[in-house]
Design a protein around this ligand. Structure first.
Ligand code: ADP
Ligand code: MG
Length: 507
């Protein structure tokens, strides 16, 4: 499987080239994404994890690292990590282990973070990512491990003191490490976006980067053309440049900006004959630059060792199999099904599948109805209108049942597409059942050919010159179509109007 991934990774023609004074350079990137596990309680304690709570109100004795407290693994968090691993098409390890990663920081009361080093819960996998233009690329996943989050130091509340909020201390994180398969800043962002969509579908992480539910450490190196291909073929990192790691980038836009700046910085150093120091850097979003934070620490600096308070994590195969059997349909599969089974265009399918709430909404509108018509009403009319009002799909004043009702009325020819837009506006503003609105307000389409014929005969009689003109210039028949529609309040069946007019005017 690995060879397959490597081939797709290599065949990508999407490569970011920097034209330096001494020749071209390319970028190579691998990301470590920290995703907060969606769970009511922390990884090793029962304390709550709600966002925005008063500082230090969600801290158990374990999270505060009181002496003698013992961590107890939270099965719900383990299940979430396994579900995520399955969603990343990854190897689930029946045996994993928690290690202590030792370092000092004021918001880390234990003096170490409980993480997984040598034996992560999830091993190698791969995901198919989608670019803005709809093209696809594959990124290899190196591993996913579980670890605890630290607390938060607050420096701006008091000029003379730093406060510590431990609410986040002990919250479960999944660190998802990609292979260095990313070649452009846009692809790095597309990877994070795809990952976020998958996690949201799985409901294992909220994915809100502004709330810190997802953040990325971006590893960037540059090399000469051809070097990356050698790396892919041999697996040997010696073909790649030295990487710098940009810590905690918290938006897709910042990820792209940070990479562009960092790659350029490295190229400038190399072109002047310098070397890249492997270091940890921070992205300053205001200045648009990366700054050195510290030289890169090696694993041995942390003195990793198995946490003696915790037994190894041994998963029974039935536990994994149960979770696997209950996975929801994931975005890539949904997109394919929308195209193959519903006959939607690639574009419609990918817009609808790209967001779980949207996909859920669409599938409710769909129930037994014409897929293309349903997709068109959701993607164009509804999204267009929601965008205009700055509303999200979950805030739509029109429910999927109501929109489905409108779609049904068009399908069974009760109303035309044009009248449907009026019904849409009424339901948007006033609510109500579309079928009843159409009934009560006499909006039904007139398909009674006798009634249409009568209107047409009157119009021809009143406009003999126009009628003559149509014989020479058939296109001018449009004028009559418009007049009939106007006379019948837009309710005439357009197909019937055209047929009768053609018969009477063109013979
Ligand atoms: P660490 O914790 O020391 O940062 P990890 O193994 O957790 O190490 O993560 C390393 C990350 O850096 C991975 O995402 C990997 O793909 C990426 N990476 C490794 N070497 C390079 C390189 N030369 N250029 C760019 N990214 C790299
Ligand atoms: Mg790292």
């Amino acid at each position: 499987m690995l060879v397959e991934i490597e081939k797709t990774a290599m065949s990508s023609e999407h490569t970011y080239v920097i034209n330096g004074a001494t020749g071209d350079w390319e970028i190579v990137m691998g990301l470590e994404v920290h995703a907060q596990v969606k769970s009511n309680a922390k990884l090793f304690s029962g304390a709550a994890t709600a966002f925005g709570a008063e500082p230090n109100t969600q801290v158990s004795l374990v999270d505060a690292a009181m002496p003698g407290m013992l961590p107890v693994i939270n099965e719900a968090c383990v299940a979430q990590a396994v579900r995520t691993g399955l969603g990343l098409n990854a190897q689930i390890n029946n045996f994993s282990r928690f290690d202590r990663k030792n370092y000092f920081y004021p918001d880390l009361p234990q003096g170490y973070q409980i993480s997984q080093f040598a034996h992560p819960i999830v091993g190698e996998g791969e995901i198919e990512c989608e670019r803005d233009d709809g093209s696809l690329f594959t990124v290899g996943i190196e591993r996913l491990h579980l670890e605890q989050d630290a607390g938060k130091s607050i420096h701006d509340l008091d000029p003379n003191a730093t406060y510590v909020d431990l609410n986040r201390s002990g919250v479960a994180l999944m660190e998802i490490v990609s292979r260095p398969h990313l070649r452009t800043p846009a692809d790095a962002a597309a990877y994070v976006r795809t990952l976020r969509t998958i996690l949201r579908y799985l409901d294992t992480c909220g994915g809100d980067m502004e709330k810190g539910q997802m953040r990325a450490d971006v590893n960037v190196s540059v090399c000469r053309p051809g070097q990356y291909e050698k790396f892919i073929l041999t697996g040997s990192f010696e073909h790649l440049g030295t990487r710098c790691e940009i810590k905690n980038v918290n938006s897709l836009r910042f990820i792209m900006q940070a990479i562009e700046y960092e790659a350029r910085r490295q190229v400038d150093i190399l072109e002047e004959g310098g070397t890249i120091d492997q270091e940890t850097r921070l992205f300053d979003a205001n200045a648009g630059v990366t700054r050195s934070m510290r030289s890169k620490e090696e694993a041995h600096d942390y003195r990793y060792f198995p946490d003696p308070d915790l037994l190894p994590l041994v998963l029974e195969q039935s536990f994994i199999d149960d979770l696997k059997a209950n996975l929801p349909e994931l975005p890539a599969d949904k997109r394919k099904r929308f195209v193959e089974e519903l006959g939607l265009s690639e574009y419609d399918a990918s817009v609808l599948a790209a967001d779980k709430d949207r996909a859920d909404y669409f599938e409710k509108v769909l129930e037994g109805r014409d897929p293309k018509l349903a997709a068109n009403w959701v993607n164009n009319e509804l999204f267009g209108r929601l965008n205009k009002e700055g509303l999200g799909i979950t805030e739509s004043p029109i429910s999927p049942e109501q929109l489905g009702g409108i779609v049904s009325l068009i399908s069974d020819k009760t109303i035309s597409g044009k009248i449907a837009k009026d019904v849409f506006e009424i339901v948007w503003a006033e609510g109500g059942d579309p079928a009843k609105i159409v009934d009560d307000r006499g909006m039904k389409q007139v398909t009674d050919t006798g009634a249409i014929e009568k209107v047409i005969d009157d119009l021809i009689a009143a406009n003999p010159e126009q009628a003559e003109k149509v014989k020479d210039k058939p296109k001018t028949m449009g004028w009559f179509v418009g007049q009939v529609m106007k006379a019948m309040g837009g309710k005439a069946n357009p197909q019937a109007v055209n047929e009768i007019l053609a018969k009477k005017l063109l013979g």
